[in-house]
Design a binder for this molecule. Sequence first.
Ligand code: MEV
Length: 432
Amino acid sequence: MSRAARLEALREAGFLSEEDAALLSRDAPLLEDGTAEAMIENVVARFELPLGIGLNFVINGRDRVVPMAVEEPSIVAAVSHAANIVRQAGGFEAGADRSVMTAQIQVVGSPDPVVARERILAARQELLAQADALEPGMVRRGGGATDLEVRHLRPRGSASRYEEMLVVHVYVDTCDAMGANLINTVAEGLAERVEKLSGGRVFLRILSNLNDRRRVRASCRVPAHLLAWHGFPGDEVARAIERASVFAEQDPYRAATHNKGIMNGIDAVAIATGQDWRAIEAGAHAFAASDGTYGPLARWTLLPDGCLEGVLDMPMAVGTVGGPIRLHPVVQAMHRMLDVRGAADLACVLGSVGLAQNLAAIKALGTTGIQKGHMALHARSVAATAGALGDEVELVAAELIAAGQIKVAVATERLRALREARQPRAVGDGSA
Ligand code: MEV
């Protein structure tokens, strides 16, 4: 399909409104100068990424088309392929925790940290009420402070720079907001009282990105026969996927790459929906290492009934209000296209996309390898790098694939030949 036809298909299927389809088809910049200036400082230009659509998702029984902003070829194709397999098995099941974030307050120099800890804990109700009073809007929306803990960190090892400290955690439900600003307001707002109670001094007051109380879990169960591929029988593919999972469970070097594949999809959707993807990344990797060894965020098991089961479990701090969602017209259109029903719903989409992206990657890695498919898609960006425009991109890419040489120098040569062949012959040049 052409880009225009894709937009039309999304409109016809009811995912895009007339206005949003028109907005996305514009070639003029979509982010106004004034909006860009309002978002960050020292703006000199707008920066663009391709926006693609991940297809075939069924999540908790709902059909979803998923916006993905990303530069790497084959991510969108791969996730759509995996989602199509899972679709035939009934789709993804996903659920998200309440939006509970953690505010951290660091206290040092208490004369007796054990007593200070007890005093802060005894003031639990007072501190939670103070947190709620700082953000009354959040309480009105059904959120607010839920709990408080005080961790006592004792110096590990003998390095003189290590100090004993208390770390107060205030847990706050931020509802449909990602909540970083709300949490930082709470951390700063409680600092003075915590300092008094502790008899020490407060230093850092900031959220933690290890959002282990705000997780998403996504799962799917795929009968092995649906995994048959390129001559590989389904049960062999299922075993290869389980083996890839076990590899990641046993080896942090592999787990890092396994998780990178998961984040390929999650980051792309996070960017397209205006999320703080650095926060999601930080939470993901900290959680992956939280039992002391870095491990995979998604695991696959071949069940006795012949089904392959995939389960993803990771922190997911996302919002559907505030931040760039208020400002960026494409982000707003993408929320409408996804028909997002709050932060938990968006977390379920992101979790399912991560699981699908992981399935696509390890299915390919356990069978054909990824380079064949990857290079075929990469050929298009190589053709574009060589200067191919419009339909030249596909034509040159096809030649590179046929020649088995996905190289810019070869693309430049093929492009020159294509343009020469397309040059209209001069008529009546006197040779006849
Ligand atoms: C490439 O961007 C991602 C993969 O390396 C993920 C994986 O190895 O699972 C293919």
